[in-house]
Design a protein around this ligand. Sequence first.
Ligand SMILES: CC(C)(COP(=O)(O)OP(=O)(O)OC[C@H]1O[C@@H](n2cnc3c(N)ncnc32)[C@H](O)[C@@H]1OP(=O)(O)O)[C@@H](O)C(=O)NCCC(=O)NCCS
Length: 147
Amino acid sequence: MTGTAVYEIRRAQSRQELEAALELRHDVFCVEQGVPERDELDGRDHEGIHLVAVRDGEMLATCRILLVGSTAQFSRLAVKMSARRQGIATALLAAADEESRAGGARRIVLHAQTYARELYELAGYRPRGRVFWEAGIEHIAMEKLLD
Ligand SMILES: CC(C)(COP(=O)(O)OP(=O)(O)OC[C@H]1O[C@@H](n2cnc3c(N)ncnc32)[C@H](O)[C@@H]1OP(=O)(O)O)[C@@H](O)C(=O)NCCC(=O)NCCS
């Protein structure tokens, strides 16, 4: 964490908090980035672990983990625009490592938007394969092995 802002990272604790996380995802992916709603809401939220970053009741960031056997699928990482470049996504990625390990995962996989590739590389992810287009945005598959 940088600066003076204090925020907490944890699982979403209530239906209201999950709704606030979904609203942030809608704002970031659908409104800001133009991702179609049918892609953003893929019907798997009920299976997911939803991590959030909250400050004074304000939803700053969220991400989702789906545990599939020994693999954790990480996605839906969204940070409120006014809270970016303060290390919050990096902190969520670290929390996702812990949740995934605790859930029995040996590796985490994700589809990174290529512009944000460095964020994931700095968190220990490595690219796998070629770039591809998903929801109209250039992506690359990345993977991190968990110790
Ligand atoms: C991408 C996103 C999640 C990053 O969140 P963040 O909290 O600002 O990220 P961090 O502060 O932890 O960034 C850590 C490092 O990642 C890299 N990084 C972060 N955002 C970046 C950007 N927009 N462009 C290039 N590199 C970036 C930088 O190296 C950064 O370190 P620095 O700030 O010291 O340069 C946020 O910009 C976002 O929500 N974007 C819109 C949704 C999105 O693209 N989600 C990711 C889908 S793959």
